[in-house]
Each structure stands twice: as C-alpha cells, then as structure tokens.
Ligand binder design. Structure first.
Ligand SMILES: NC(=O)c1ccc[n+]([C@@H]2O[C@H](COP(=O)([O-])OP(=O)(O)OC[C@H]3O[C@@H](n4cnc5c(N)ncnc54)[C@H](OP(=O)(O)O)[C@@H]3O)[C@@H](O)[C@H]2O)c1
Length: 272
C-alpha cells in the first residue's frame, strides 16, 4: 500500500519521504508544483492543493497512510480540514500523521472526529529556521534577530520525519499527541556561537527591534497573523517550547539530534 506525504517538498516532508523510503514503503508525494518537486526517483509525485480538497481525490487513490501538513500558501492555517479528512476516509486511508503549525486547527479537529488512526505531531521550533540567517552570515558575518536570550528546545527536522514515519507504519501511536523537542534548550546567541565555531569565523549578533523583525519576516513572505504568533511565541514562550522531552528517543529508539549535528550537516550553506 502507498503512503501519501503532503508538504513533501518542505523541510520536514523531505525527511518523512526519506524515512519511509528507507523502511521500504511505497511513497507518493503531493505538491502544487510537481514538475519542480526534486524528490528521489522512487517517489511518485502528484499534483494537488490542500486548499482545494477536490484535487486530492486522485492523489488519495490506493493510499493507506497519509502525512498531513496543516498550513497552505504563506503558512496560513488550512480551513479545509473537514473536507481533507472526509476525502481520506472515503479513499480508505487507515493511518494519518498530522504536523501542527503551532496550534490546533481544522485538520486536527476533523481527524479527532474521524475513524482514522491518527497521531498528532507538535514539534517546537525547527533547527532549519536558522537557514534564514544564511545570506547575512555568508556575506556579512552577521545574524540579525529579535530574540537574543529566549531559549528553545529546537528540533532537527529529520527527527520529526522519523517520528512521522514510525506513527504511519508502526502500531502503538494511534490517538497520541506528541510534543517533539530536540535534546537541549538553546538561545539564539548559543546557536550563533555554535555556527561561529563550526565555520571558523566570528559571527556578530545584532538585536533587532520588533519593527525590524516584522520587516525581516515580511521579506520572507510571512503574513501578519503568523508574525504576531511567532513574535508572541518567542517573547512569551510556552513551557513546552523550552522544556526538553524524550519523545523522539522513545518513539524512534534513537536520541534526538543536537543543533551542532544539524549545523555540521549544513555547514557548507553558511560558508562563503
Ligand atoms: N518552522 C518552525 O519552527 C515550525 C514549527 C512547528 C510547526 N511548523 C509547521 O510545519 C509545517 C511544515 O514546515 P516546513 O518547514 O517543512 O515547510 P516548508 O519547507 O516551508 O514547505 C512548505 C510545504 O508546504 C507545502 N504547501 C504549501 N501550501 C500548500 C497547499 N496549499 N497545498 C499543498 N501543499 C502546500 C509546500 O508544497 P509545494 O510547494 O510543493 O506545493 C511545501 O512542501 C508548516 O505548516 C509550519 O507551519 C513549523
């Protein structure tokens, strides 16, 4: 049977695909732009848009497991959760992993009222968020950010991929809501120091005002609502955001990866 991965071209989705392929499963990937998806040859890439659930019907044919993201264009929460889950049930899907966007939305509500075996994944901040510093580190040796001191138990996207693959293919995860963290809580300045040590170059941290941070996020295409959410989340972080928990290791049998490991894997991107 086939597993359909949505968000498959994204930071997390690529790892979900990789983990499922490694475990020998047949993977289909959904993309709004299938021609430019750049996924492994073994993956069947199909077109579709989660904001328009009718487009999912062919993609769901013969699918037993489904990995769902919960946002559409511009990270706006999907309003189509009910229709997506109805289409999945009609297609005979059995298991669903749902990757949240920071708060429960229509997808989570729909899946909880369905007969599907669902697992909700609630990761905290992704390590890949530091990719937004790539250009300024490479060209100026500088990181500009609003949140110098706020700490976060940030997680490697690959560990979310491992948990999603386990939830979709192994017993014992149905009805579970997993808060997922990395193995340590780090501040922005800690991350800057780790990157600096690794690339062998001093990186200066420049604290932004809130107005400057909003401008930076706007340039990355982030909408006003999401900006409010992210800024508030960092200024008044919920306790789960910086409290390390062992769920990744419990579910996957492997320790959660550190930011230093993530940085080592991506070091080339930060070097001139
Ligand atoms: N960054 C964080 O710290 C963080 C923390 C917790 C949760 N999250 C959530 O995690 C999710 C995934 O993040 P990511 O970093 O892996 O994503 P990403 O790299 O930014 O990629 C976005 C993905 O969403 C897909 N997509 C967007 N709109 C779509 C639509 N209307 N229909 C179908 N697919 C659509 C894109 O597919 P195509 O372009 O191929 O169509 C792409 O695969 C997001 O919902 C985000 O809110 C992020």
């Amino acid at each position: 049977m086939t597993i359909l991965v949505t968000g498959a071209t994204g930071n997390v989705g690529r790892h979900v695909v990789e983990e499922l392929l490694k475990a020998g499963h047949k993977v289909r990937a959904l993309s709004r732009y299938p021609a430019s998806a750049k996924l492994p040859a073994a993956v069947e890439v199909v077109g579709g848009d989660l904001s328009n659930p009718n487009t999912l019907v062919p993609a769901l044919e013969g699918v037993s497991g489904l990995h769902l993201i919960t946002t559409g264009t511009g990270y706006v929460p999907l309003t189509t959760g009910k229709e997506i889950i109805a289409a999945a049930e009609a297609a005979g899907v059995q298991r669903v992993s749902v990757l949240w966007d920071g708060k429960k939305g229509t997808v989570e509500h729909a899946v909880e009222s369905s007969n599907l075996e669902w697992t909700q994944l609630q990761p905290v901040e992704y390590m890949s968020n530091v990719l937004s510093w790539r250009e300024s580190i490479r060209t100026e040796g500088v990181v500009r950010d609003l949140y110098g001191d706020s700490i976060s138990a940030l997680i490697h996207e690959g560990d979310i991929g491992r948990v999603a693959a386990a939830a979709l293919t192994e017993d014992g995860h149905a009805g579970k809501i997993y808060t997922l963290t990395g193995p340590e809580a780090l501040s922005v300045q800690d991350k800057v120091r780790i990157l600096s040590d690794l690339i062998g170059r001093d990186i200066q941290f420049i604290r932004l005002t809130e107005e400057q941070e909003r401008k930076r996020m706007a340039e990355l295409g982030v909408g006003e609502d999401i900006m409010d959410y992210v800024i508030n989340w960092h200024m008044n972080p919920p306790v789960e955001a910086y409290t390390v928990n062992p769920t990744v290791e419990i579910v996957t049998g492997r320790p959660a990866r550190t930011f230093a490991e993530w940085a080592q894997e991506h070091v080339k991107l930060f070097k001139v």
